[in-house]
Design a binder for this molecule. Structure first.
Ligand SMILES: N[C@@H](CCC(=O)N[C@@H](CS)C(=O)NCC(=O)O)C(=O)O
Length: 230
């Protein structure tokens, strides 16, 4: 069983997308970061950087005690190893998956995060900062758009953890981006959005945001699917 500590943000969506795609059994625990729940000592014991997402695998492959993991990239890689899915055993493909995973966690995520901060949340509007991060987000969109020109997914013909990492961070309407400049990226976003697992992941996001109790059992989860018509 995977215990997922989650809030419905882009970094949270990455992991629910992966878990829904793999069909792994998981329990979802909300950590409301708008109410500072990420600073609770129980959560910090799992995620010392006071950030979601985090997981605890209560049934690790080595049969040992539960494994806690923080950082979305580390979680995606761990789950890929655990399930044998959305990673690769091919050396060259592995390199590509890691490149694009690190590109997202070190580039697209932080830059788009600053874009959100200065464009939407900062109490003071600072044109230099807004422009800097909108421009940098556009550059990163362009890099991914070029990458997707001859590929269905970020690392080739098959879906990988690199896709789960980037998809939730492409929100042009929140990031001052004109998607008509990025046709390959738009096509890929559409493919990702239509996947049933993505639909389920985002349905949970809505439920968590509305303050409903998170699910703790597979039965609760089935009931939520049923209610959401998924
Ligand atoms: N590098 C981290 C970033 C995680 C992150 O920034 N999480 C945000 C929500 S998207 C958070 O928990 N913020 C709470 C805080 O800053 O206190 C990852 O990829 O997991």
């Amino acid at each position: 069983m995977i215990d997922l500590y989650y809030w419905p943000t882009p970094n949270g969506h990455k992991i629910t997308m992966m878990l829904e795609e793999t069909g792994l059994d998981y329990r979802l625990h909300t950590v409301n970061i708008t109410r500072q729940e990420q600073f609770a000592p129980e959560f910090l014991a799992i995620s010392p950087n006071n950030r979601i997402p985090a997981i605890v695998d209560t049934d690790p492959a080595d049969g040992g005690p539960p494994v806690p993991i923080f950082e979305s990239g580390a979680i995606l890689s761990y789950l890929a190893r655990k399930t044998g899915r959305f990673g690769s055993s091919n050396l060259r493909n592995q390199v590509e998956i890691e490149e694009w995973l690190f590109w997202q966690v070190g580039g697209l995520g932080p830059m788009a995060g600053q874009n959100h901060h200065f464009g939407r949340f900062a109490p003071e509007k600072i044109p230099y900062a807004i422009n800097r991060y909108v421009t940098e987000t556009a550059r990163l969109y362009g890099v991914l758009d070029t990458r997707l020109r001859n590929r269905e997914f970020v690392t080739g013909d098959t879906l990988s953890i690199a896709d789960f990492a980037s998809y939730p961070w492409i929100t042009p309407e929140k990031q001052g981006q004109d998607m008509s400049r990025f046709s390959n990226l738009a096509r890929w976003c559409d493919t990702m959005r239509r996947r049933p697992a993505t639909q389920r992941a985002y349905a949970f996001a809505e439920i968590a945001r509305n303050g409903s109790a998170p699910f703790t059992t597979t039965q609760d989860r089935a009931a939520i699917f049923h209610e959401a018509g998924l």
